[in-house]
Write a new protein. Sequence first.
Length: 206
Amino acid sequence: MPSFTKLTAIAAPLPLANVDTDKIIPARFLKTIARSGLGKNLFDTLRFNPDGSENPDFVLNREPYRHAQILLAHENFGCGSSREHAPWSLLDFGITCVIATSFADIFYNNCFKNFILPVTLSREQVDALMGDAANGANARLSIDLERQVVVRPSGEEFAFEIDPFRKHLLLNGLDDIGQTLQHATAIDAFEKKREAQQSWIPKVVV
């Protein structure tokens, strides 16, 4: 999996609180178990009018925010039902970091499983970043995961907290399978030992 170390990118300001997972990806698009292809339906009810045309007032329909990799929001982002399609749709659109005042727990956990970095900052700090983001492509934000800071265009830094183990997984691009494969040598040794000691157990062919 791709590692997350540093990111400098356009940030899209979404000054809303309690953005639930149904707002992120409406339930009618949950018929697939594929992680790809959901980006076109991200924030569907906000991005598109009832006739299917784009809502020109929504931030992700405007330049340069169509190319945003960072999303800024207010309190309780990702609340509502526990659908993993929500981070899938964000990632498929190109969002790899969400900065908010707070997150719903399940959504927060799902972000890490999908290599999206959720950053929690104070309301004052998030609003300052939204002010920066209003300048578009001329005001890119930078996230340095190793140093755990968000860097404003002015050079001012906002520090954020992250669980050390989750940080390790993102920095090294390790998902559940990747974590297991780190122990491949020990697993192989155990299997050989078990086979020698318990040869009567039938082998499982995958």
